[in-house]
Design a protein around this ligand. Structure first.
Ligand code: PLP
Length: 402
């Protein structure tokens, strides 16, 4: 079977590039080189001019990184007629800053939400703002407010969202946001880190750009830092590539290779993350020491219907508030034996984080509390362990609370 265009997403994740010559490396090699050589100056000039295909310098492009970019573009646009393109970056945050700087200029504005990953809010407030780009953060689930804001501020050229959001797991109606953005001549971009294309395909809902912290579920093993910007059309590549290349926010072959390895098991990992998280969310919801559980798969989740419409499963992330607030939340985290207190997510093992004192430490308290990131909120990135072991650990940890 040679037709790689008709494979399912699960198979494409596993499959390496097609065999082009006998004896070629079965696993993608790591091209650890900063630059590339030419037989003569004429070839060098032709490549520099863009008259001939070829590599110049690894800040511009590298064969290992390019293989992963092509794979991500294909996976993200699976079962669509889109000719998508991907640019990898050094981290999720550099994907966001590179993307925004590639699309906007001084005088433009961004419409976004308050409950973004803390680092993203900081980028908009502390970095992007220095370049004359204003950010309006509102409740993006209120479509009347979204439309009124777009109407009031024609300078808004980008609607930027994160769904499900970190760490409150708020879910936005992607199709509605994309439609409204386009009606008011803005582009729509989404951070799809929590779901990945295995659970949610924003391009199918009209989104223009999909961004990732590839450090998380896409890699799955917590051993590399990377980001990705995926555009629905190849014509958008040059503008992003120029910005990436000049800012020097490129990925590197080693991290890209680790991501490539992780991608192979994405579908089986995600199935297990999702089923474990769903069971744990149900367990926590029924527990008398837990006040509130945020998990899009629960009927009680305020946007469960949106999640049901646009996600195939509900993901491996949840957050919850233990009765008693900050002190009880901290005691719970200290009591667990199997879960690690670690400031990342999407790994194969279960991780706990206290947003108020870590990922959202630099977000003003009134802003974070207003969007549900209270002092007692605990975030759990549910791993692929045997779920009964996890529930036993959570249970003993909750029982030990006063
Ligand atoms: C939703 C989301 N987007 C972006 C980022 C930033 O990614 P990175 O740490 O790879 O820069 C994070 C980090 O936790 C995240 O959770």
């Amino acid at each position: 079977m040679k037709d790689l265009d008709n494979l399912s997403l699960e198979t494409l994740c596993v499959k390496d590039s097609a065999v082009t010559e006998s004896g070629q490396s079965h696993v993608q090699p790591i091209h650890a080189t900063s630059a590339y050589t030419y037989k003569n100056i004429e070839d060098s000039i032709a490549v520099f001019n863009g008259d001939k295909e070829g590599y110049v310098y690894s800040r511009y492009a590298n064969p290992t990184i390019e293989t992963v970019e092509n794979k991500l573009a294909k996976l993200e646009s699976m079962n669509t007629n889109l000719d998508a393109t991907c640019i990898m970056t050094s981290s999720g945050l550099s994907a966001i800053s590179t993307f925004v700087l590639s699309q906007l200029e001084s005088g433009d504005a961004v419409l976004t939400q308050n409950d973004l990953y803390g680092g993203t809010t900081e980028i908009f407030k502390k970095i992007i703002s220095k370049y004359g780009i204003v950010t309006y953060a509102i409740d993006l689930s209120d479509s009347v407010l979204v439309e009124a804001t777009l109407k009031r501020y024609p300078a808004i050229k980008l609607v930027y969202c994160e769904t499900p959001s970190n760490p409150t797991l708020n879910c936005l109606e992607i199709e509605k946001l994309a439609k409204l953005s386009h009606e008011y001549e803005a582009i729509c971009a989404i951070d799809n880190t929590f779901s990945t294309f295995y659970l949610q395909q924003p391009f199918r809902h009209g989104v223009d750009f999909v961004l990732y912290s590839a450090t998380k579920f896409l890699n799955g093993h917590g051993n590399s830092i990377a980001g990705a910007i995926i555009a629905r059309d190849k014509s958008q590549r040059k503008q992003i590539w120029d910005t990436m290349k000049l800012l020097g926010t490129n990925s590197n072959p080693w991290d890209a290779w680790l991501l490539h390895n992780g991608l192979k098991t994405l579908s089986v990992r995600m199935d297990r993350h999702c089923s474990n998280a769903h069971k744990i969310a149900q367990y926590l919801e029924a527990h008398q020491k837990v006040n509130r559980v945020n998990y899009p798969g629960l009927q009680s989740h305020p946007a469960h219907k949106h999640a049901q419409k646009q996600m195939s499963q509900y993901g491996g992330m949840l957050s919850f508030e233990i009765d008693g607030g900050l002190e009880e939340g901290k005691a719970f985290m200290n009591n667990t034996q199997l879960c690690s207190i670690t400031a990342t997510l999407g790994n194969v093992d279960t991780l706990l984080l206290h947003p108020a004192t870590s990922s959202h430490l630099n977000i003003p308290k009134d802003v974070r509390v207003a969007s549900g990131i209270t002092d007692g909120l605990v975030r759990m990135s549910v791993g692929i362990e045997q779920v009964d072991d996890l529930i036993a650990d959570i249970s003993q940890s909750l029982s030990a609370l006063s």
